[in-house]
Design a protein around this ligand. Structure first.
Ligand code: AMP
Ligand code: MG
Length: 284
C-alpha cells in the first residue's frame, strides 16, 4: 500500500477522525510479521540521512502531534534509533515561558527549524497554538482563527528555503488512551509520566477532535502535508512513519556531492609518493 498517498490529508479534504480506524495494521498479523520491513526502512533511513547531510541542500522537519499517550515519545525513539545524532535535533514544546509568550506565537518554533542538511523533530509544534489554545480559549477566537493562514505562510516560506515538512497526527482512540494510562499507573518505571491533566484533558476529547480536524483541513498543503497515522499498534505506527519519511527523502533525488579535490592527484601525491618514500606498501 502507498502510505504517502493513503494516510495523507489532501488539500481541501474534510477530516472525520471518528471514521478512521486507529487499529489499522495493513494486513500484518503482528509486530513479528512486520519486523523485517521495519528494519529495511530503518537502514534506508540511515543511508538517506547521510545523503541529506552530505548534499547539504535540503532539510527535513518532522512535526508530531497527538493526544496524551498517543506515542510521540515512542515515535521519536524509533526514528532516532537509526539517525546519526550529529544531523538531528529534537525539540519538545511545553506551555510557553513568559519570554516566549511575549513574542509572536511562531517565534519559538522558527528558532528550532532545521539548518540545511539537518533533520529536526518537533515533539508538539506550532499547531499547539490552534489546539490546546483553541480548546481552552487561551487567546480570543479572533486571534487563533487567523493563525491557520499564518501557519500556512510560515510553512510555505520554510519550504521555499529547502525545508521539507512532514506532519504526523498519531491517531489513537479513547479506549486505547485509557489502556495506556492504566499501564503507566501500574508500571513504576513510567509512573512519573502521569499528570492529572492527562485525565482532565480527556473530558475535552470531542473539542480536541474538532481542533485537530480543523488544523488538518486548513493546513494540509502540498508543501507541508498532514498524515493521519493509525497508532493503536505502536509497531504499525513506526512502520508507517518510517516508510513515509523514507519515500519523502527518496523523492528529493539527492546526490552525493562531487569531491572538492582532485582525487587522482591526492592519491598520487599523498599515497603513491608518500607510501613509496616512507616504504609502506600501497593498498592493492
Ligand atoms: P507534555 O508534552 O506531556 O510534556 O505536555 C506539554 C504540555 O504543554 C501539554 O499539555 C501541551 O498542551 C502544553 N502546551 C504546548 N504548547 C502549548 C502552547 N503553545 N500553549 C499552551 N500550552 C501548550
Ligand atoms: Mg503528557
Amino acid at each position: 500500500m502507498d502510505y504517502v498517498k493513503h494516510f495523507q490529508v489532501k488539500p481541501g479534504d474534510k477530516v472525520n477522525l471518528k471514521k478512521i480506524d486507529a487499529d489499522f495494521k495493513d494486513g500484518h498479523e503482528s509486530k513479528e510479521h512486520a519486523l523485517a520491513e521495519i528494519e529495511a526502512y530503518n537502514s534506508k533511513l540511515k543511508r538517506l540521512q547521510y545523503l541529506l547531510y552530505a548534499e547539504n541542500k535540503h532539510s527535513l522537519l518532522i512535526c508530531l502531534q497527538g493526544r496524551d499517550a498517543a506515542g510521540k515519545d515512542g515515535t521519536i525513539n524509533h526514528v532516532l534509533s537509526t539517525l546519526n545524532p550529529q544531523g538531528c535535533t529534537v525539540t519538545g514544546f511545553k506551555v510557553p515561558s513568559a519570554q516566549e509568550t511575549a513574542h509572536d506565537f511562531l517565534w519559538r518554533y522558527h528558532k528550532a527549524t532545521p539548518a540545511r542538511g539537518q533533520v529536526a523533530i518537533f515533539n508538539r509544534s506550532h499547531y499547539e497554538d490552534v489546539l490546546v489554545v483553541r480548546v481552552h480559549d487561551l487567546v480570543p477566537k479572533a486571534v487563533w482563527s487567523r493563525r491557520y493562514d499564518q501557519i500556512n505562510d510560515f510553512e510555505k516560506m520554510l519550504h521555499a528555503s529547502g525545508t521539507h515538512i512532514l506532519k504526523f497526527y498519531l491517531h489513537i482512540d479513547a479506549d486505547e488512551q485509557l489502556k495506556r494510562f492504566k499501564k503507566r499507573i501500574n508500571d513504576p518505571q513510567r509512573q512519573w509520566k502521569i499528570s492529572e491533566s492527562d485525565y482532565t484533558e480527556r473530558s475535552y476529547w470531542d473539542d480536541y477532535t474538532k481542533a485537530f480536524e480543523s488544523a488538518m483541513e486548513k493546513c494540509s498543503t502540498k508543501q507541508a502535508p498532514w498524515f493521519i497515522i493509525p497508532s493503536n499498534h505502536k509497531w504499525f505506527r513506526n512502520l508507517a512513519i518510517s516508510k513515509i519519511i523514507v519515500e519523502t527523502l527518496e523523492s528529493l533525488q539527492m546526490k552525493m556531492p562531487e569531491p572538492t579535490v582532485d582525487i587522482n592527484e591526492v592519491r598520487k601525491q599523498y599515497h603513491e609518493i608518500l607510501e613509496k618514500e616512507e616504504g609502506s606498501k600501497p593498498d592493492k
